[in-house]
Design a protein around this ligand. Structure first.
Ligand code: FES
Length: 104
């Protein structure tokens, strides 16, 4: 499935990942280094923070307790914040638009 990622510069880039791959890893494979993924995707760093287009919010799996807690401490949380390492590339997300959150 292909999704779109809006970088901090405002540039939009397509990301095509394998089914089941995390969005964070798929983005990195596509050369997007703004989703740093310091913790390797184990929900411990929040460097993969993204804002989900509200139109797609209902297609995502519910937020986990660890994810919720990390986002709460991240400083840039918005109503549709998610950690991209906790989202899997699935057909349900095809066309999804995510915006990279500010650093820190
Ligand atoms: Fe660390 Fe997502 S990569 S929380």
């Amino acid at each position: 499935p292909e999704i779109m990622i809006v970088m901090r510069s405002g540039e939009t880039r397509p990301v095509d990942g394998a089914e089941g791959q995390s969005v964070m890893l798929a983005a990195r494979d596509a050369g997007i280094d703004e989703l740093e993924g310091f913790c390797g995707g184990c929900c411990a760093c929040a460097s993969c923070h993204v804002y989900v287009d509200p139109a797609f919010a209902g297609r995502l799996p519910p937020i986990g307790a660890d994810e919720d807690e990390l986002l709460e401490g991240s400083g840039h949380r918005r109503p549709h914040s998610r950690l991209s390492c906790q989202l899997s590339m699935t057909d349900a997300l095809a066309g999804l638009r995510l915006t990279v959150a500010p650093e820190g």
